[in-house]
Design a protein around this ligand. Structure first.
Ligand SMILES: N[C@@H](CCC(=O)N[C@@H](CS)C(=O)NCC(=O)O)C(=O)O
Length: 210
């Protein structure tokens, strides 16, 4: 892994999609970093000082301190441009942002009940909602954007793949428990998942985020 003058410290939590995405980006770019788990019950005061929303992940890079996964990931993409994860083309970049936002605001809240056994009463609704949502993504997102694929925006991987993988990559293994969650008709989504699951970055973090 490449080592840079100023060390990169990531503060987050295993199981947290934002922390997962930041770590995937650093793995993809082969950048040396440390990861420190911050538990909700033991949150140091400095977290609220550097991240006014008090949320994780947070990155310290020398004198710089940044929060919010999308901002952190774009920061790393500007700093360490290879492999490029933010498309150079403005239209592609806009699509990336639109779908990353959809992933965080629409997909993630529907999937969250499945991640917690305490929410058992909500599982049936979550599964029904996810079925509709995956069919929508297959047609309106991957169907329009991925072309010959295999990635969300086509031939090249981008932050949108990483964002969706932090959710879909956690939903798919739950099929062992619930049966099919991604409908059989969603062939693009299934292929995309299989390609992503084979990536070294994904495999190196698998035990912490499934
Ligand atoms: N994508 C957002 C998500 C932030 C978020 O909701 N993080 C959760 C953990 S996954 C959090 O820090 N919640 C408050 C806490 O745990 O104290 C970001 O990166 O800012």
């Amino acid at each position: 892994m490449a080592v840079y003058k100023e060390k990169i410290e990531v503060y987050g939590r295993e199981g947290c999609p934002g922390s997962h995405s930041v770590r995937l980006v650093l793995q993809e770019k082969n950048i040396e970093h440390t990861f420190t788990t911050i538990l909700p019950t033991a949150k140091p005061e400095w977290i609220n000082e550097v991240s006014p929303p008090g949320k994780l992940p947070i990155v310290r890079h020398g004198a710089i301190c940044i929060h919010t996964d999308k901002i952190i990931n774009e920061y790393f993409d500007s700093l360490f441009p290879l492999p490029r994860l933010v498309p150079a083309d403005p239209e592609r970049r806009a699509q990336m942002h639109l779908w990353l936002d959809y992933c965080e605001t629409k997909l993630l809240p529907k999937a969250v009940p499945l991640f917690f056994p305490d929410n058992r009463g909500k599982h049936e609704k979550a599964l029904a909602d996810l079925e509709k949502l995956f069919i929508f993504l297959e047609k309106e997102s991957l169907g329009r954007l991925s072309g010959e694929g295999p990635y969300w925006l086509g031939a090249e991987m981008s932050l949108v793949d990483i964002g969706f993988f932090t959710v879909v990559g956690r939903v798919k293994p739950l099929e062992a428990q619930y049966g099919r969650i991604v409908p059989e008709s969603c062939t693009r989504l299934e292929n995309w998942y299989q390609v992503m699951a084979q990536r070294k970055s994904v495999q190196s973090l698998a035990s912490a985020y499934t």
